[in-house]
Design a protein around this ligand. Structure first.
Ligand SMILES: Nc1ncnc2c1ncn2[C@@H]1O[C@H](COP(=O)(O)OP(=O)(O)O)[C@@H](O)[C@H]1O
Ligand SMILES: [Mg+2]
Length: 582
């Protein structure tokens, strides 16, 4: 799965290790040369012969150094390129996933997967190029060279290796699960940091810093605990292998001394032998580290591929119809729609049926948590209904081309989402090619023209992340303007005027009423004043429709609606509960 991200860098995966092979060969030859030099010196060779050997050694050192540099560079370029490609692919995939899937992964977890997990993989790629060939080859060649020098002594050496292998197998097998849990704990830590940072003001206003701090510390401590457990296990690896190999060296020195004395081995050869042992020992240590890195990368790879392999659950059907329906009789229609958020809990909507004729306005009213936003989000297919069907402009949303459906819809979410940039760049999200005149017209209609005009830079005034340099009401109006720039056929306003005063809200509604080309408007609100002029009002409570009709009809026949009106001091006609209202 992740292999395709390595493919563009295939040749580096060959060239990098090749430079390492050069280095390894030099490292193998060096002890032989040194042994030769020692034996010649003991035998009383002249200094010019010794000097030429020193020169050769120096030249090999320089070439070895240069090839190391080249390899470092190749490894860095490849790892960075791989990481960047993988991150882009993950980000693109996250944008494809439905809201439901993003909720299921969790935003914080997606962030750690794109950052920390990709970093782990990047490290593994760099090590693959720099180490994967080098250390095992060095270990094997060192052992072979030692055997060639003296196979009797070499046998001691060979006895050590299976012991080391068993140690690896046991330790790595046990620590793998820890690494996965550690990354999951990291998700939790970043979730808490995210919540804390996003709600700094609320946290301070409610004097919850201490509580938040505690929550963070606990999560961080849990993460640390797991990491320490994992670390403790892998920390065993190096000392244990070193212990085995050091014991081997001690044995060789004792036995080897005897063999030099007996004349079976020269002094130079014994020095070379011990050097090979040391080299093999260091190599095995590095191989151990390599295995640890791969183990961690394996855990990360699984988390990354989980995201990459997720099949977007809301997507355009293969047989979707292209082209917009011309003039449908019914702009919006819900047929027995129920919806439950993933992760269970009570259904957010139950058996909702309604139909909005073309050109009409639908009002949705109800208390917090009654399902208003959920209902509003079904039209743009942010979620798919669990049961029943949703139609927009006479066509089932599942049969729509997704981009086209969203393209003809202006959606103003309850939670304002402005992005860093300028007023203009935010408005152009509505439609890339809108002219300034069109932007101003949208601002005018959204009752935002006055305050934008008052800004020094006008349309080019900066907008900070989340639009935090604007007041709540200003942000709402900018978001409405953005939706209007699109010249939508269906406009959905989810509590879009909650931060506006009554007079501005009234002017906004009047301006929207005059808009051309709208096939339907959906106004979600908790205020009777915002929905009372709508052609059809849907009263929600606990996800169920409590009443459906015009203001006058509901004011007479729907007990829940009357109750809402009374708390908001709206004048009511005499109740007439005969029409089946609840
Ligand atoms: N992303 C979500 N995941 C799980 N439950 C949710 C989610 N969003 C809303 N809910 C639940 O669905 C119900 C309806 O929520 P919502 O439609 O936002 O209500 P309203 O907009 O009327 O305040 C609530 O009980 C809420 O807790
Ligand atoms: Mg809501």
């Amino acid at each position: 799965m992740l292999r395709r991200f390595c493919r563009p860098y295939r040749r580096w995966f060959v060239i990098g290790p090749l430079t390492k092979v050069v280095e390894v060969l030099f490292e193998i030859v060096t002890p032989l040369l040194v042994a030769h030099m020692i034996d010649r010196a003991v035998a009383g060779a002249d200094s010019s012969e010794l000097l030429s050997i020193v020169g050769l050694l120096a030249a090999m050192a320089v070439v070895g150094f240069l090839s190391t540099l080249a390899c470092q560079k190749v490894a860095a370029l490849t790892a960075q390129g791989f990481g960047t490609d993988l991150r882009s692919a993950l980000y693109a995939q996250v944008n494809e996933l439905s809201q439901e899937q993003v909720d299921a992964f969790g935003t914080a977890s997606l962030i750690t997967r794109i950052t920390s997990d990709v970093n782990q993989l990047q490290l593994a790629v760099a090590l693959t190029i720099r180490m994967l060939i080098r250390w095992p080859v060095l270990a094997v060649l060192s052992v072979l060279s030692a055997l060639l020098i003296d196979w009797h002594l070499g046998l001691v050496f060979l006895l050590c290796l299976p012991v080391v292998g068993v140690i690896f197998w046991v330790v790595m097998g046990r620590s793998l699960p820890y690494f996965r849990v550690a990354q999951e704990k990291l998700d939790r830590v970043s979730a808490i940091v995210r919540e804390g940072l996003a709600g700094t003001r609320v946290v301070r206003a409610f004097v919850r810093e201490g509580h938040e701090q505690q929550r963070f510390e606990q999560a961080a401590a849990e993460q640390a605990d797991v990491s320490v457990s994992a670390g403790r296990l892998s920390a065993l690896l190096n000392p244990l292998t070193l212990l085995v190999l050091d014991a081997g060296i001690a044995a060789i020195l004792v036995l080897g001394g005897g063999r030099v004395y007996a004349g079976n081995l020269t002094q130079g050869q014994l020095v070379a032998f011990v050097t090979y042992m040391n080299q093999a020992l260091v190599a095995v240590g590095y191989v151990a580290n390599l295995v640890i890195t791969y183990t961690r990368a394996g855990a990360s790879a699984r988390r990354v591929t989980e995201v990459l392999n997720a099949v977007p659950s809301v997507r355009t059907a293969a047989d979707a119809q292209a082209g917009l329906p011309a003039a449908p009789a019914c702009a919006l229609e819900l047929r027995d729609v129920s919806f439950t958020y993933p992760g269970g809990g009570a259904p957010a909507l139950q058996h909702v049926s309604l139909s909005v004729p073309c050109g009409a306005r639908l009002g949705i009213i109800g208390g917090t948590g009654s399902g208003k936003s959920t209902l509003a989000s079904l039209f743009a297919r942010s979620y798919d209904a669990s049961a029943g069907s949703v139609s927009v402009l006479g066509q089932d949303v599942r049969a729509w081309d997704l981009a086209q459906l969203r393209g003809c819809m202006g959606y103003v979410p309850q939670r304002v989402a402005l992005v860093r940039g300028t007023v203009r760049s935010n408005l152009l999200w509505g439609r890339d090619d809108a002219t300034d005149a069109e932007l101003w017209e949208a601002l005018e209609r959204a009752q935002a023209a006055d305050f934008v005009r008052a800004l020094d830079e006008g349309l080019d005034a900066p907008v900070e992340a989340d639009g935090r340099n604007f007041s709540g009401g200003q942000r709402q109006r900018l978001t409405i303007a953005r939706a209007l720039v699109r010249q939508p056929r269906v406009l959905v306003l989810d509590d879009a005027s909650s931060a506006l005063d009554y007079a501005t809200d009234a002017r906004l509604r009047a301006a929207l009423q005059e808009m051309d080309g709208l096939d339907a408007t959906v106004i979600v609100s908790q205020r009777v004043a915002s929905v009372r002029a709508a052609d059809l009002i849907c009263v929600l409570s606990g996800g169920e429709v409590m009443g459906l009709g015009s203001h006058d009809e509901l004011a007479r026949g729907c007990a829940v609606y009357r109750e809402i009106c009374e708390t908001q001091h709206v004048d009511l006609p005499e109740a007439c509960m005969l029409e089946g209202g609840r």
